[in-house]
Design a protein around this ligand. Structure first.
Ligand code: ADP
Ligand code: MG
Length: 457
């Protein structure tokens, strides 16, 4: 057979149909909307992707499942090959571990009045903990109101939510002429709304928020229990959504875990793309600190940076705080920062209970030992009562004293779903109401785990 006569497009199409059923819509939109079948040869399907970033992510996330489906459908092994075809509109940001490419150079406008000028993509270090969120944010800034609308970025404190949401605002504001970018915290939104009602200026409030091109609302967990503000935001949302105006929100947890939020607003937040920010790993922490130091005139050696990154694991804000403390000290006493000075100056920071170095494994071991079970019992599948409840207690403690998300906790407990972890926490909570010995037991376990944590560090 001559080259040209191979056409595996039907297999590709069917593979995509199947995959679409198996992954969430967000994942689908994020990774497969921009991939197209190009051509085939005897053993290979060639696909068009917009960037090497997309190619690498798709390979990393989906290659095994795609190849296995293709094998099942075609009866033999087909490989994938990728052609990078840059469509200027949809171009995705660059490779991991480096900042997203800045928008094409343009005559700069004046800075946006409510956005911090250093919260830009250029200063945001990308690692595996945040690449999905950062790239979605970048795509939104380039194409507001199209594919990822609304977008909700969630994660714990100090992980870069405000930095990212403001980067979207800054980039879009510079990129598009006459573009109305409004950034507020949910708290300010609430206060303005209350004042508008009090001063009978509802129409001004409505005009402000319904006439924007991009609405960015930070920290929407603040809206819990604020029923009237929620109602107002619901209508604002609908008006903007119908007009294809971009909305981005941030939240300190998944929307499903917010309490006291009306169902209809919750379902609006869940529409579109929800992406999370995780704590950065060691390499990313290192890269972030290096970047921060580059921008300053002080000199701090890599061994000092490493010391900080090994010890401060919670989030980027704590990481920056440790660095700031060292630099202030070095400024005051006019000395270079040595490893000894760093160790001594940051003693308190490192022993802060938040920096507890507590791992999920440590929790599992302490809880297992207490209940005379094995570590593997807690990680395993067995659901007998003698194991299930200690396992739930361990999950509960994990959520109480670490920054791990329900998804991460679930993974470490035998690959369970995040809803199982949520259920475990509810179960322990309600048992505590009827069993007065449970709370003291859990407090005791927490103390033992923390003791382990300090010994291990
Ligand atoms: P959050 O809003 O999630 O609490 P912030 O956006 O305020 O967190 O981030 C806290 C600090 O950490 C800010 O100074 C921010 O610039 C910095 N930061 C967070 N993530 C990154 C990152 N990936 N690269 C560079 N700086 C970061
Ligand atoms: Mg914030």
């Amino acid at each position: 057979m001559s080259a040209g006569t191979w056409d595996y497009s039907v297999f590709w199409k069917e593979t995509m149909n199947q995959l679409k059923q198996e992954i969430s819509e967000q994942e689908w939109v994020m990774w497969f909307n921009n991939i197209a079948y190009d051509s085939s040869n005897e053993t290979t399907i060639i696909l068009r992707v917009p960037s090497s970033f997309y190619r690498d992510q798709v390979i990393q996330r989906y290659l095994p499942v795609i190849e296995s489906k293709l094998r099942d459908l075609s009866g033999h092994k087909l490989s994938l090959s990728f052609a990078i075809v840059q469509t200027p509109q949809k171009e995705a940001p660059v490779k991991q571990s480096s900042p997203a490419a800045p928008p094409a150079p343009k005559a700069k406008k004046k800075p946006h009045p409510n956005l911090k000028s250093d919260y830009i993509f250029d200063t945001f270090v990308i690692g595996e903990n945040n690449s999905f969120a950062a790239n979605a944010a970048y795509a939104i800034a380039k194409n507001p109101g199209t594919a990822y609308n609304p977008c909700l970025i969630y994660g714990g404190v100090g992980l870069g939510k405000t930095h990212l949401i403001q980067s979207i605002g800054n980039a879009a504001y510079q990129e598009f002429d006459n573009f109305k970018v409004v950034y507020v915290t949910a708290e300010t939104f609430t206060n303005e709304f209350i004042e508008a009602i009090r001063d009978k200026k509802n129409h001004l409030f409505k005009n402000k928020y319904r006439g924007v091109d991009i609405l960015l609302i930070d920290d929407i967990h603040f809206l819990q229990n604020k029923t009237e503000t929620q109602e107002e935001l619901f209508h604002t949302f609908n008006a903007l959504y119908d007009a294809n105006k971009q909305m981005v929100f941030t939240c300190d947890r998944p929307v499903s875990e917010l309490k006291h939020l009306t169902d209809r607003l919750r379902s609006r937040f869940e529409r579109g793309l929800n992406v999370d920010l995780q704590p950065p790993n060691f390499e990313t922490r290192f890269a972030i600190l290096k970047r921060k130091i580059d921008n300053k005139r002080v000199q701090i050696n890599d061994d000092v940076i490493e010391l900080i990154c090994r010890n401060v694991t919670t989030n980027v804000r704590d990481l920056e705080a440790a660095l700031t403390k060292l630099m202030a000290y070095s400024d005051l006493v006019n000395k270079n920062v040595t490893l000894e000075i760093a160790q001594q100056q940051l003693k308190d920071v490192f022993s802060n209970p938040k920096q507890n170095n507590i791992t999920l494994e440590m929790i599992q071991r302490v809880v297992a030992e207490y209940f005379a079970l094995s570590h593997n019992d807690l990680r395993g599948k067995k659901r007998t009562k003698g194991i299930a409840f200690p396992r739930q207690i361990a999950m509960y403690i994990a959520r109480e004293i670490t920054e791990y998300s329900t998804t991460e906790v679930g993974l470490e407990f035998g690959g369970r779903d995040h809803t199982t972890v949520m259920h475990a926490c509810q179960r322990v909570d309600s048992r505590m109401k009827t069993d007065p010995t449970l709370d003291p037991t859990i407090q005791h376990l927490i103390r033992m785990i923390k003791d382990h944590g300090t010994k291990a560090s």
